[in-house]
Design a binder for this molecule. Structure first.
Ligand SMILES: [Zn+2]
Length: 387
């Protein structure tokens, strides 16, 4: 069977796997991995109120160490397909670029992982470790019936991973730019200030909640939360909405609300942040502002995989293949890595993210070959180190 990164990527791109549809993508991976000797499982997870989602778990070998490749085959919708130069599910190549929804996020990355693993196994059929694939169909959607449950399911079977590479598109501009060795956490809060509705001409009979809300918000924003850490930028509190919902210019509203979101580094936990927010609001409110604060539950906690030997294997492979010294970063939004890190150290490295979620999402065919080579070199170094 042909196992070039381009062939594998094209085959995956031709599967219309918009979340939560499997679209044939996992079936394709199952076929390829089974033929190469992997044991493959296809658990389906359900939850009331969300669509059932198909997932895939595959393992080759039974020894240690166990290196896991993780990713997702679901893609965001293509949008207006007439705006695409080539069909979003056609997998066409033009001028050295492969087009299609998922080309970089992240069917292209999965194709490279598969090509690398198959190539490594062909060359080292009796290596003393295990290679696995943990592939979900629910990353771009509600993310309820995907990675979280798949990890629990695997744990329930007694699976234990040593390290994981998540193949999200981590490079901003060119392959080799950036490895993600952690992610910031995310926490959302809402504050509501109570007043008393009334006529603007009779303010003494009313109580305007807006000045109170302004005081609270300036209290929240008065000082930076921190100044960053060795591997993280400073935490950031962003006010995302201020809302009174008052269409009349002659009415003092009864209530004013604001929402804010904090992207936080490894100095904080959701709990310690909540305490800090409470402290700032209490101080700003004094005895005069009546308010309530609600913090939304979050599963996005800041985490870091410290730059160790494992990160070194990846950085070295990147340098050898591209010549670039990759930046070790913790920037950007949250990813499934926040779930995986509860089971084993995880590092993210994939393709160039520039066109992800866009019309004409595409990847350079040469980048597919180079990423597959990088993953292959990582496998080589990883298993050689434990031999
Ligand atoms: Zn993705």
């Amino acid at each position: 069977m042909e196992t070039s990164p381009l062939f594998l990527a094209q085959s995956l791109l031709r599967c219309p796997s918009v979340t939560p549809e499997e679209g044939g993508a996992l079936a394709f991976i199952e076929g390829v991995l089974k033929e190469a000797g992997f044991e493959v499982h296809r658990p389906v997870f359900s939850e009331p109120g969300t669509p059932d989602v198909e997932n895939l778990y595959a393992r080759y070998g039974s020894g240690e160490p166990y290196l896991l490749f993780a990713g997702h085959t679901d893609v965001v919708p293509p949008g207006d397909t007439s705006r695409w130069t080539y069909g979003p599910f056609s997998g066409e190549v033009h001028d050295g670029e492969l087009y299609g929804r998922g080309a970089v996020d992240m069917k292209g990355g999965i194709a490279c992982m598969m090509a690398a693993a198959l190539d490594f196994i062909r060359a080292n059929p009796d290596f003393k470790g295990s290679i696995g694939f943990l592939i979900t169909g629910d990353e771009e959607g509600p993310a309820v019936n995907g990675t979280v449950k798949l990890l629990e399911w695997a744990k329930g079977r007694g699976e234990r991973f040593d390290h994981c590479i998540l193949g999200e598109p981590t490079n901003p501009n060119r392959l080799g730019d950036m490895i993600k060795i952690g992610r910031r956490g995310s926490l959302t809060g809402r504050v509501v200030v109570e007043g008393k509705q009334g006529h603007v001409a009779y303010p003494h009979l009313a109580e305007n909640p807006i000045p109170g809300l302004l005081r609270l918000l300036s209290g929240l924003l008065s000082e930076p939360l921190d100044h960053g850490t060795e591997h993280f930028d400073a935490s950031n509190l962003e006010v995302t909405s201020v809302d009174v919902g008052n269409p009349a210019s002659n009415v003092i509203p009864a209530q004013a609300r604001a929402t804010f979101n904090i992207r936080f580094n490894d100095l904080w936990t959701p709990h310690s942040l909540e305490e800090e927010v409470e402290r700032r609001l209490r101080e700003a409110a004094g005895n005069t502002v009546r308010y309530t604060l609600t913090m939304e539950p979050t599963n996005a906690v800041a985490f870091l995989t410290p730059p160790n030997a494992f990160v070194g294997f990846i950085a070295d492979a990147i340098k050898a293949e591209t010549g670039w010294e990759p930046k070790l970063s913790t920037t950007g939004g949250t990813s499934d890595a926040r779930f995986i890190v509860k089971y084993c150290p995880v590092v993210e490295f994939g393709l160039v993210g520039q066109t992800m979620h866009q019309v004409d999402e595409r990847v350079e065919v040469a980048d597919l070959d180079r990423l597959a080579t990088i993953y292959r070199k990582v496998l080589e170094a990883y298993f050689a180190a434990s031999a």
